[in-house]
Design a protein around this ligand. Structure first.
Ligand code: F6R
Length: 609
């Protein structure tokens, strides 16, 4: 969703900011804008120049005048919340005197109330955005310093924000603040950057400081300082970003989705690296903050996430029940947070998120913490909001995921759940023999993933065969059902073909009515104790002239086509069975000419309700 970039230093600012915005495009947006500080030096006011437009960053580039130079600036990609996506509502927003420019991520909950008050005082609003109230509040603030004015304004604000503020009278600084929406400072040589996502910074610096909620910072070309919204100094030491700029590039692939699918064997290597303990047939998960006594005291596990992360949680819950014999289930975080759930002290809550920023998941975690629950995170983005809020957790180390639809992070999250389930199992009754069996299975995964990916040319041909379907049914039983759910989500997100997932066991209870030649079924058929039951479901579909594409461990006689995947341990099979279906979704979308990396109406990080 919305993205922020800022720069202050000796270099020409506009090109740097536009490049930063391009790196944030993957998050999804509908308009973009930039404000540059021109002229002025310490003590002498400058002037602000802006350009903004509905559309893409390349449209903004065309609007930026040739003479748009300056050495400080802020820029934004906007995902409309308050007000339509148009030039006027695009950020930055300026006060009428054009002294203050603000870019803002998040939502100001009391914007309507503040707007009414300011309007009654004679303030004329030009946009429909919530952000504009902040601009007028800063412009009206009485404090001497820019920091003081921003603090004064923020005292009126209820809601979430990540903001960057430029002021013509304070040309040597940018002031930023965070509450619920990420703000990261990038430290360069006599230059400083700010962004809402490290992706915008890493081509310039890997030294970053991540602000906490309630924290602000002043950045100048040569230094920065951090403090609270109340003005007390805070100490934030820089950290080094794990991934280099190249990890955010296409690396020779046509799309990020393709690149990220192809990276999965290496990504799984990373989530396993350094964690396996052969001696005790278990794993070490350093960040869990759960000693063996506490792990044994867990009576239930509840996993919360949204979309693909929720599906990974469903597989994780099954693994935990199977390997640790702890009752476990998963629920969409977006539902959980609204239903005043009973929070049980003996339940271990686990929040799952690629971005670590998803608002619904974050809100669920905050509600749980408020009620005294212990919450772990299974998260990809290190230092993200949910990772910080959780009591401990497991990083999934999938690396940067740029495509809006999640692929490699799903796989790594499920592997991370395999590790967690093994760890919990080995603190309980899982035998050394079974622990070793699972470890061997985990170790086989990268090579097996590579083997599946080699089948891409055949899967591409299958995708072309099925791309004419208007709707597709995905079925799986027990371990296969979450795989079906995730595969159907992938197909609908990138190809816009309607897809529905059902437990194979429920076929007779309704969905069988849909079966006819024009409604293909994708069936997940693992070779486990339910194989015969799954085969019976294929028979039922075939008897009604349904077309079947099976994902199985051997050719399925009743299926029109089978994608054969390598067999692993029964508990780990779901990790592999979804991978060919990522490729199926990808090639279907390609055949239909879809915008694969940025499917319509979707954003990478859903940071609003
Ligand atoms: C699907 C997809 C979304 C996300 C969901 C949660 O491909 O990417 O369904 O999984 O928005 O996002 P995170 O995992 O960042 O919390």
């Amino acid at each position: 969703m919305c993205g922020i970039v800022g720069y202050i230093g000796k270099r020409d600012t506009a090109p740097l900011l536009l490049e930063g915005l391009q790196r944030l495009e993957y998050r999804g947006y509908d308009s973009a804008g930039i404000a540059i500080q021109t002229g002025g030096a310490a003590g002498k006011p400058g002037a602000l120049k802006t350009a903004k437009t509905k559309g893409r960053v390349r449209d903004l580039e065309e609007r930026v005048p040739k003479r748009f130079s300056g050495t400080a600036g802020i820029a934004h990609t906007r995902w409309a919340t308050h007000g339509a996506p148009n030039d006027v509502n695009a950020h930055p927003h300026l006060d009428p005197a054009e002294k203050v420019a603000v870019v803002h991520n998040g939502i100001i909950d009391n914007a309507a109330e503040l707007r009414a008050k300011l309007s009654a005082d004679g303030v004329a609003f030009v946009s429909e955005t919530d952000t504009e109230v902040l601009v007028h509040l800063i412009a009206a603030a009485q404090a001497e310093s820019l920091e003081g004015r921003v603090q004064e304004a923020l005292r009126h604000i209820e809601g979430t924000y990540g903001i960057a503020v430029l002021h013509a009278d304070f040309p040597e600084r940018i002031v930023v603040a965070r509450n619920g929406s990420p703000v990261v400072l990038g430290i360069g040589e006599n230059e400083m950057f700010v962004a809402s996502d490290v992706a915008a910074l890493v081509s310039h610096t890997r030294q970053v400081v991540t602000l906490d909620d309630g924290e602000m910072a002043t950045i100048k070309a040569g230094d920065y300082r951090t403090y609270t919204t109340e003005g007390s100094r805070t100490s934030s030491s820089p950290e080094t970003v794990e991934y280099a700029a190249e990890s955010y590039d296409l690396g020779g692939h046509e799309t990020y989705m393709h690149k990220e699918i192809a990276e999965q064997a290496d990504a799984v290597d990373r989530v396993l690296a350094g964690r396996i303990d052969d001696r005790f047939a278990t794993v070490h998960l350093g960040g869990l903050n759960l000693d063996p006594r506490e792990a044994r005291a867990v009576r239930r596990v509840k996993i919360l996430g949204c979309g693909t992360s929720y599906h990974a949680g469903l597989i994780g819950a099954q693994m935990i029940e199977e390997l640790a014999r702890i009752p476990a289930d998963a629920e969409p975080a977006s539902e959980f947070r609204y239903r005043n759930a009973v929070v049980d002290p003996d339940t271990l809550y686990i929040a799952v998120s690629q971005s670590g920023e998803t608002y619904d998941a974050l809100a669920a975690v905050q509600e749980l913490k408020r009620k005294g629950a212990r919450v772990l995170g299974v998260i990809n983005v290190v230092g993200s909001a949910i990772a910080r809020e959780a009591d401990g957790g497991v990083y999934v180390h999938a690396g940067p995921e740029v495509c809006v639809v999640s692929t490699k992070c799903f796989t790594n999250t499920v592997v991370a759940f395999g590790l967690l389930a093994l760890h919990l199992g080995r603190t309980r009754d899982l035998s050394v023999k079974d622990g070793k069996r699972i470890i061997e299975g985990l170790r086989r995964l990268p090579a097996q993933i590579a083997e599946i990916l080699k089948q891409e040319p055949e899967i591409e041909k299958l995708a072309k065969k099925y791309a004419d379907a208007r709707s597709m049914l995905f079925i799986g039983r027990v371990r296969g059902y979450p795989v079906a759910l995730e595969a159907s989500l992938k197909l609908k997100e990138v190809s816009y073909i309607h897809a529905e997932a059902y437990p194979a066991s429920e076929l007779k209870h309704g969905p069988l009515a849909l079966i006819e030649p024009a409604m293909p079924t994708v069936a997940i058929v693992p070779e486990d104790d339910l194989l015969e039951k799954n085969r019976a479901a294929l028979e039922e579909i075939k008897a009604r002239s349904g077309r079947i594409l099976a994902v199985a461990h051997q050719e399925q006689e009743k299926a029109d086509h089978t994608i054969v995947v390598p067999k692993n341990e029964d508990e780990l099979d779901p990790i592999l069975m979804g991978i060919p279906l990522q490729l199926l979704a990808y090639h279907t979308a390609l055949a239909l000419g879809r915008d694969i990396d940025k499917p319509r109406n979707l954003a990478k990080s859903v940071t609003v309700e």
